[in-house]
Design a protein around this ligand. Sequence first.
Ligand code: UD1
Length: 368
Amino acid sequence: MNDRQGPLIDIIAGARPNFMKIAPIIRAIEARQAGGSRLRYRLVHTGQHYDERMSGDFFVQLGIPKPNVNLEVGSGTQAEQTASIMTRYEKLLLAELSQLCLVVGDVTSTMACAITAQKLCVPVAHVEAGIRSGDWTMPEEINRMVTDSITNWFFTTSENANANLRRSGVSADRIFFVGNTMIDTLLANLDRLRPPDFWATLKLEPNRYFVMTLHRPANVDVNGHFADLLAAIGEGTRHYPVVFPVHPRTSKTLQVIVDFPANLHLVEPQPYLEFNYLVKHAKAVITDSGGITEESTVMGVPCFTLRDSTERPETVSVGTNELIGTNPKNLKPHLDRLFAGQWKKGSIPEKWDGRTGERIAAILERIL
Ligand code: UD1
């Protein structure tokens, strides 16, 4: 935050996938401040993610300033988290109103802060607006829909998102197709990526291992299904090591599974630079995340998404991603195709060029 009086923007971040999305926006605002801009920002961490490995490490590695405020909401059910974020953010706004609430992505903090701000007549800008999976069983889809229904300015990553917004009645002058801030962060850090400590102990070699992340309830909350999925992955990957950084939610289910494939290596959630090093050099990525499908697309690494839908269809139509579904039987034929060298090459979606944060800051300056 700087002291010069000018419009104050609350930048909201709460959970791991938010941190790489806010970093380039903050950098771009600070660059404008250095050039005389009067824009000010207040960085608000809701505390939805609080472990060092899910939060603090990302701030350090990505050079994100210490939050001005941490609402420290911690874990809870969807409703508990939402209520707690709203109550605490409302107190902050009542103490000092901002002129804009800028939210990113689709986590619970995104939706909760957007509602709170708009009810106090603070306009909302949503970065990564307009994407839709159509799957209402995922809390993120509800968060996207609610947030976009009360957003004033929409910053989008794709023409698909623009079309979704136009279809829902948003006028074209409120939609800004700016590209992808997560990719700004990736491109800015490609040269800094570094191997994790276990690279040597697990004897990992480029293009001779897989990296996997799974944490969606549909994959990890039903014990029998999760065990079957792991068995199918173990078999289909032909003894190549599969490195599996385990999200806290997933580790709870894993505790009751006894039969692990021998080539599966469970590791802690990885910091940003180490995780993306693993992705960059992997034979392929197996995931149920959305953001990782974008990063693997840009790095040209084959990506298997274990979901039936995606809110990021350009990672499939343009990029390296394919939807495999959640049925363990689906995996082997696709892995066989990969081993036969028949995976598509993919290219990089429009405007995913590393300049999105700058475009957003320039537009914010204009709007405010
Ligand atoms: C959240 C996001 C999801 C994102 C994921 C990435 C929502 C609805 N979902 O899901 O989109 O892909 O983050 O990481 O916002 N926990 C810890 N330490 C932490 C954070 C969580 O131990 O720092 C544990 C808690 O037991 C908690 C559970 O993980 O109950 C789930 O955390 P929560 O923030 O509710 O959702 P995620 O599954 O992490």
